[in-house]
Ligand binder design. Structure first.
Ligand code: UTP
Length: 497
């Protein structure tokens, strides 16, 4: 097949005519595939994205240093839920359960990432970290939805549905939906699980040229978890939410094994604050922890990455001696439907710029052979889910306990490593061990020796000293455990289900 002149001219005009380098060596099917993929790219839009991403405008229109513009979250927008016995926390929880019981709360899962650091060839949500139950992340999350619905029903007498919206990508779509089918939606009603797909963008080299990964295939990557907003708009998801009576959403990442689905405390807190947008945070473990902090910059809220600020700012303290910028982002967000409608509008969505991730992207050499580079050779462009904070008119931030709520699975297992399957197992078993201990139960190891959660802490960095797990179908966050464990000594492995 001859190459279409119009297409060739357009590519030339956009400086992308190298995409046709191997055209004459392709069979008709491959030519058709390449043509279709090229035509699907809006090259003018892409040019704009690349130019803005590679030479971003000065932050917030100010030429000043970001450090000088940063301000902590004002006290009136902050809440603390680290003590479950606190009256505020109990009130927020009751409010959140009330909302859930009316079916007003949905959860939105960001599951379109490629999980390159974990290095498995299937979606991260399908990962089994090695708990006694062998449950995958998806199963734990599904069961926590059932558990939150049940808790709300027990407290209010009304059964509300929590709809689960799952954003996948080209990389994760089919396997994820097949997995849910195979497992019968883990007990959820399948009509209350809604999959939608985020978009991809071509990867470009440092000369802004689109990279070919094969002679007839363009290298692409998902457009970041902030691709959420375009995907919500273009797939009609907001209309679906409206139709179902959803008023607010809890948005979270697939890889946090401790995530509290539709967390009633967080929902109630954000509702009480009348927030359109909210974020859960954990206290930074130390000033140099490489985590983004939630703060205000030049009058708008945002997440500032550790790499964007000076050491001096990272170490700055308040008059009372506390770290000034200590609100570590854990990708747990609250958005009202009205806020989502606003930020998903084309003008607002387009005002969110792509960030550049420099990566090693397989490419073709002059002979057309695939090369896996040793050094970064190009960029993936990604939007971030928290980039919309700047549009919030009423922002709220809730501090939660890290050991109860945050343990991300990012990396392959390694003895000294962090954020891997071992640390995920550890975090979940330690939490469940503490819940059992608080309910009056004790856990013995196989030698008959009682191991307390405090004993276990001395073995951090190793395997958890006992096997302990509580199914979400028994308890959402510790309620109801006393009648099962009070006064009992249970021998590891313990799996309450
Ligand atoms: P990460 O930034 O940790 O990326 O995503 P990742 O894909 O899981 O892992 P690496 O960086 O390739 O090793 C944080 C969350 O955002 C989602 C991920 O699925 C995860 O829940 N995400 C990321 C998307 O939904 N889409 C994307 O394009 C990128």
């Amino acid at each position: 097949m001859e190459v279409d002149n119009g297409l060739a001219d357009h590519l030339k005009e956009k400086n992308q005519d190298h995409l046709l380098t191997y055209w004459d060596n392709l069979d008709p099917k491959q030519q058709a595939r390449l043509k279709k993929d090229i035509e699907a790219i809006d090259l003018t839009e892409l040019e704009g994205f690349v130019n803005r991403a590679l030479s971003p405008p000065v932050k917030n229109g100010h030429s000043d240093n970001i450090d000088d513009l940063m301000k902590p979250i004002p006290a009136e927008s902050l809440g603390c839920a680290t003590d479950p016995c606190d009256e505020n926390v109990k009130r927020w929880e009751a409010m959140g359960l009330e909302e859930i019981s009316h079916g007003k709360i949905a959860v939105v899962l960001l599951a379109g990432g490629q999980g390159t650091r974990l290095g498995v060839n299937y979606p991260k949500g399908m990962f089994n970290v090695g708990l006694p139950s062998a449950k995958t992340l998806y199963q734990l999350q599904a069961e926590r939805i059932l558990s939150a619905e049940k808790l709300a029903e027990q407290k209010t007498g009304r059964k509300g549905t929590i709809v689960w919206y799952i954003m996948t990508s080209e990389a994760t779509k089919k396997e994820t939906s097949d997995f849910f089918d195979e497992h019968n939606y883990f007990g959820l009603n399948r009509s209350n699980v809604v999959f939608f797909e985020q978009f991809t963008l071509p990867c470009v080299d440092f000369n802004k040229k689109i990279i070919l990964k094969e002679k007839h295939k363009i290298a692409t990557a998902p457009d970041g978890n902030g691709g959420l907003y375009r995907a919500l708009r273009k797939h009609g998801v907001l209309e679906d939410m409206e139709k179902r009576g959803v008023e607010a959403t809890h948005v979270y990442c697939v890889d946090n094994i401790l995530v509290k689905m539709a967390d009633p405390v967080f929902v109630g807190f954000c509702r009480e604050k009348n927030a359109d947008c909210g974020a859960k945070v954990v206290k930074k473990s130390h000033p140099d922890e490489a985590v983004g902090v939630v703060c205000s910059v030049g009058g708008v809220y945002q997440v500032v990455e550790y790499s964007e600020i000076s050491q001096e700012t990272a170490h700055k303290c308040t008059e009372s001696g506390k770290l000034m910028f200590s609100e570590g982002n854990i990708c747990n967000h609250f958005f009202t439907l009205e806020f989502l409608k606003d930020v998903c509008s084309p003008t607002k969505e387009m005002a969110l710029h792509h960030h550049v991730a420099k990566k090693k992207i397989p490419y073709l050499d002059i002979s057309g052979a695939t090369v896996t580079p040793d050094a970064v050779n190009g960029v993936k462009m990604e939007k971030f889910v928290f980039d919309v904070f700047k549009f919030s008119k009423q922002f709220a931030v809730l501090e939660v306990e890290r050991k109860d709520e945050f343990s991300p699975l990012k990396n392959k297992d390694s003895p000294q490593g962090n954020s891997n399957a071992r640390t995920s197992r550890w975090a979940l078993m330690h939490l469940h061990h503490r819940l059992i201990a608080a309910a009056g139960g004790a856990i013995k190891n196989s030698e008959g020796q009682i191991i307390t959660p405090e004993d276990a802490l001395k073995q951090q960095g190793q395997e958890y000293p006992v096997q302990v797990e509580v199914s979400p179908l028994i308890s959402y966050s510790g309620e109801g455990l006393a009648k099962l464990v009070k006064g009992k000594e249970l021998t590891s492995p313990v799996h309450l289900h």
